[in-house]
Design a binder for this molecule. Structure first.
Ligand code: FE2
Length: 363
């Protein structure tokens, strides 16, 4: 019987297009504890690009640079700076995922193609989403190799694992007025639902404001908050992203951990820069979130934020942008019951972000 529906199982990987993949890959290994597991480049017979595959538990990052001039990768870097090109999903049927998406109005980025090597085969295909970002559908048929066909095992044991477990969510920033359209796209193409929304009445500081809708798939393993700037007295941080990324794009990846204190301590020691949190944030913390297991003095020393809802609480912290353009950054999150996205932290956080924007002369 012909299959009529396919399943998105979870995030497969994120592919970054960067100017110097070797150094970027080194950064994620030495500061965030990722391990290099696979490689593709001149040594494996690929002439136009090089890719390093980094892994920690269920998180896979692919760091890619062009090896020639006038490539789509080079042009992506010219427009956006270093950034995320591909948010890839693991699916049970790549061709069906692609065909269904196209039938529902998506634009193709790659027609289904079977790739193979000695370890088996896989099918990949891709569609366009916001900006120049794409979603690749990865179907590992009988593939038993390290990542995907065409990559060679490349072991590097210099990393100290930092306790990152999986991708909790991936956020896309949109220009003003585009958020609803993008959410409608995910609803129409993937049948995703609105998991959580927040408007500019909830998230605003004196200057900056945003609206956000979290889109989720049916098993809610995929969560993609979609943001747009809202008017404030000064420029929204979402607008600053759009100005420097030039189009819509991926703003941050949130990595989960089971022990945020250990993870953040290690990352800080390794040189990861986090957004500072004002001391005053911790003075009223217990009143706001109720009793928590962690020592508030330790959270304060590390700058970790806390928010709660009716199901429990969560701890989170944000890095500064990871490249010179104020675009992509990371979030580290530990959930203790709460499925929220830290609404109560937005104001404290935005005030902190705005101080950084001020230093860059962009507020
Ligand atoms: Fe987030």
């Amino acid at each position: 019987m012909k299959k009529i529906d396919y399943k998105i199982i979870g995030f497969n990987h994120c592919e970054f297009y960067v100017g110097n993949a070797k150094q970027t890959a080194h950064y994620y290994q030495t500061t965030m504890g990722f391990e290099l597991i696979a490689y593709r480049g001149l040594e494996t017979g690929v002439r136009d690009r090089v890719s390093y595959v980094l892994n920690q538990n269920k998180i896979y990052l692919v760091i890619t640079s062009p090896l020639q001039k006038n490539t789509p990768i080079g042009s992506h870097i010219d427009i956006h700076g270093d950034g995320i090109k591909d948010v890839s999903f693991t699916v049970d049927d790549s061709e069906l995922a692609w065909r269904t998406s196209i039938d529902r109005g998506a634009t193709s980025a790659l027609e289904p193609i079977e790739i193979k090597d000695d370890d088996g085969e896989a099918v990949i295909s891709a569609i366009q989403t916001f900006g120049h970002t794409i979603h690749t559908f990865v179907e590992r048929k009988n593939y038993k190799g390290i990542f995907l066909p065409g990559f060679q095992i490349s072991k590097n044991s210099n990393s100290t694992l930092s306790g990152l477990v999986h991708i909790d969510h991936i956020v896309g920033n949109q220009p003003d007025g585009e958020m609803k359209k993008v959410c409608d796209f995910y609803e129409k193409v993937f049948n995703w639902h609105r998991f959580w929304t927040v408007d500019d009445k909830d998230i605003n500081t004196k200057y900056s404001s945003l609206r956000s809708i979290v889109m989720a798939n049916d098993n809610e393993k995929i969560k993609m908050p979609i943001n747009e700037p809202a008017d404030g007295i000064k420029k929204s941080q979402i607008q600053e992203f759009i100005d420097y990324y030039e189009t819509a794009g991926i703003q941050h990846l949130a990595f989960s951990t089971k022990d945020i204190i250990t993870t953040v301590k290690l990352m800080r020691k390794n040189g990861v820069e986090f957004l500072p949190t004002p001391d005053t944030y911790y003075e009223r913390l217990t009143d706001r979130v109720g009793p928590i297991d962690e020592d508030i003095n330790v959270l304060s020393q590390l700058g970790i934020l806390v928010d709660s809802d009716e199901n429990g609480y969560m701890l989170q912290i944000f890095t500064k942008p990871l490249q010179d353009r104020p675009t992509l950054f990371f979030e580290i999150i530990q959930r203790k019951g709460s499925n929220s996205f830290g609404k109560g932290n937005f104001k404290a956080l935005f005030e902190s972000i705005e101080r950084e924007q001020q230093k860059r002369g962009n507020l």
